[in-house]
Design a protein around this ligand. Structure first.
Ligand code: SF4
Ligand code: SF4
Length: 136
């Protein structure tokens, strides 16, 4: 069972289609809507958490891309502002994947975007706003 958070960006001229329905029905995926910003005739954003068989996840996302919708992992939108980070370590214990870790000798906190699953826990506890998830 794979769980991924993905950002779907709909072009302004997108012809409405029952994509969520097809992901559930044809690919047996479970869908959790994390964020939606969709208005007629404007570019839209939808953030979905998809759970299911890994191959079905890939096939489902291929279907979505074939309709002209851009699909990116939510983790691509997670970043750390190095200027704002004070290496306080508050985020390290919250991170479920060790994408955030501390070097015990230097007490410097590192962020590895490749390990991030975009859960948002670090953003919630960061006192300086250094951790960001920039999707509008
Ligand atoms: S969003 Fe979640 S997984 Fe990613 S760095 Fe923050 S706490 Fe870790
Ligand atoms: S909580 Fe914020 S300021 Fe503290 S180490 Fe993490 S990113 Fe840096």
């Amino acid at each position: 069972m794979a769980k991924v958070a993905m950002v779907f960006t709909f072009p302004s001229a997108f012809q409405e289609q029952p994509l969520a329905y097809r992901l559930v029905k044809e690919y047996d995926l479970m869908i959790n809507i994390l964020h939606a910003h969709i208005r007629p005739s404007e570019e839209g954003r939808l953030i979905l958490e998809l759970s299911g068989d890994e191959k079905n996840n890939e096939r489902g996302l291929k279907l979505v891309r074939s309709t002209g919708v851009s699909v990116q992992p939510l983790r691509d939108f997670v970043s750390r502002d190095e200027e704002l980070c004070t290496h306080c370590t508050a985020c390290v214990g919250q991170c479920p994947t060790e994408a955030l870790s501390v070097d015990r000798e230097t007490m410097q906190v590192s962020f590895d975007p490749e390990m991030c699953i975009a859960c948002g826990m670090c953003k919630d506890v960061c006192p300086t706003g250094a951790m960001r998830i920039d999707v509008d």
